[in-house]
Design a protein around this ligand. Structure first.
Ligand code: ZN
Length: 281
């Protein structure tokens, strides 16, 4: 099943278009995507058994973020060994968790205003929590996941690395710095949700490519470690870390400018395209 959001309303994506979930369920679920995610088990049961043959199918339009207003957004630094190495660190022994403050979340066709000349890309697998929980064991973690989507952990490196020790969260939370989408894809759509190829392209050239099975902390391990401290809530997002190939580790460093087109792609989910303007343009 593939879900998306149009004008803040949750929709099902079907072969020939989109179905408004609130309308098709007689207002039982939605329209807010958080309401669908907050009743995830009931919703999945309904979606599996409902006769949607008479539901109104609308033409597909531009999607917003799958979860426009998550309560919590977790993100993980240095979760792929080659990226830890390019950044000059040993692989971490515990997950390095920061937040992207939720006001940075945007959709899959965002035009992001660049607040400076040090904005960098990070394509990432993003986990969307369905059934929340506290102290979730790793072996049950996938049962708490509604689905997977794609994210860009856009990062203003000057702000990110300011101070001793640096605090990542603000430099990764400018408006528009959390493009997500295009769809939330449920786990049954994947052969192996622990092994997906992710690719970042800058102006058509591959700059990042790896597989999620290479992550130092897998999705179940991240859910267990994070929920050991913070109860997870329906609709929470976890940005699971980026592969090698970010711009600030290139020689010379390469940062995003207003003419760049960034494509973020994950096997089994799809891709989205992010473009940029400069403050004052
Ligand atoms: Zn990241």
């Amino acid at each position: 099943m593939r879900l998306a959001t149009v004008a803040d309303r949750a929709v099902l994506v079907v072969a020939d278009g989109i179905i408004d979930i609130a309308a098709a369920s007689n207002e039982r679920f939605g329209p807010d995507p958080l309401d669908v995610l907050g009743h995830w088990a009931d919703f999945v049961h309904w979606a599996d058994s409902a006769d949607l043959s008479t539901a109104r199918v609308a033409a597909p339009v531009a999607f917003g973020p799958p979860v426009p207003r998550p309560a919590q957004v977790f993100a993980v630094a240095l979760n792929y060994p080659p990226h830890a190495a390019e950044a000059g660190y040993q692989p971490p022994t515990d997950p390095l968790v920061f937040t992207k403050f939720p006001s940075c979340i945007t959709g899959p066709s965002a035009v992001v205003e660049l607040p400076g000349d040090r904005v960098d890309w990070e394509v990432e697998l993003v986990v969307v929590i369905g059934f929340g929980g506290h102290r979730i064991p790793a072996d049950l973690a996938w049962t708490h996941v509604a689905g997977l989507t794609i994210g860009q952990d856009l990062s203003e490196r000057r702000v990110q690395l300011l101070g001793t020790p640096p605090q990542f969260s603000l430099g990764k939370s400018f408006p528009g710095f959390g493009p997500t989408g295009p769809e939330l894809v449920t786990l049954d759509e994947f052969g192996d949700p622990d092994d997906l190829e992710l690719t970042g392209l800058l102006n058509g050239t591959v700059v990042q490519q790896d597989r999620t099975k290479e992550m130092i902390f897998s999705v179940p391990e991240l859910i267990a470690r994070i929920s050991a401290i913070c109860p997870l809530l329906p609709g929470d997002l976890i940005f699971t870390g980026t592969p090698a190939g970010v711009g600030n580790r290139m020689t010379p460093p390469r940062y995003l400018g207003p003419d760049d087109v960034l494509v973020s792609r994950i096997e089994g989910i799809g891709e989205f395209r992010t473009t940029f303007t400069r403050t004052g343009d």
